[in-house]
Design a protein around this ligand. Sequence first.
Ligand code: NA7
Length: 293
Amino acid sequence: MRVAFFGLGIMGHAMATNLVKAGHEVTVWNRTPGKLVEGAGVAPTPAAAAQGAEVVWLCVSDTAAVEQILFGAEGIEQAMAEGMIIADSSTISPSATVKFADRAHAKGVGYVDAPMTGSKIGAANGTLIFMVGGDAATIERLNPLFAAMGKKIFRMGETGKGQATKLAMNLQIALIFEGFAEALTLATKLGVDPKQLVSLIEATMVRSGVVEYKAPFVLERDFTPNFPLRLMHKDIRLTLEAAKEARVRLPALETVEEIYDLATEEGHQDLDYAATLTLLEKWAGVQVKGEAA
Ligand code: NA7
């Protein structure tokens, strides 16, 4: 398929690379010039990249970035043509997604929100899991592209429901990790070996995919970003906004947001979100370490 891909960050670069590998004709655009994908063409503006594309796929930071690329100066809107499909893998506001989709539909363009999970490794291996919102027939047309980048897709409902699901998923990741980080901090302060604690967690019902994935990095004190803290912080804010719109209270997430605010004030925004642990450590006056760290 002829695909225009927007956003060559940690996730987008790997996703566009997998589209090329699967034989699709890909043109890329990135805000900061110079990021390239081997085997893909590169365009100077979003409109130029989208010209003649069957599908345009976005994977950028936030709601404002998606709006800018779609509807800003030299945006995709100028190249929208009947039958084109927009797929958005960025994590953004569900209500803004519905508005963007309405504007696209008015031009005969399909719109699918397709945020994903699987982190940097899943993007590189083509094993992402997509949670998708949109019309079933439109989603079906995207199947060859989903297959190139991921291992499974879940259709969660109409447009916007993919984003709503993603927020509900990341809410859990943020809270599960916070629970793990608080447990490690307390146990360490009370004299328990954190490596032993992790072994116990893995042998009991307390285990979780989040802990399984993060524990080795934490025990090695490797906070290089798989999922940058600034993006989890953004997702927490999006989740609290969506909750406010829907008149839902999320007291635990509100508390965790404060930890992300403080971690950002400390300058940790470009580290992995696991670096929120370092605040708990500072307050407790301990450092969580595996033997190797
Ligand atoms: P990264 O690695 O931070 O990459 C973000 C990308 O978004 C990168 O290509 C940025 O371009 C681009 N970006 C950011 N702001 C803008 C604006 N205003 N206009 C155009 N492009 C922009 O994020 P990930 O790849 O880890 O994640 C991407 C999304 O998936 C995000 O929503 C996550 O929550 C899930 P740059 O190179 O900085 O010019």
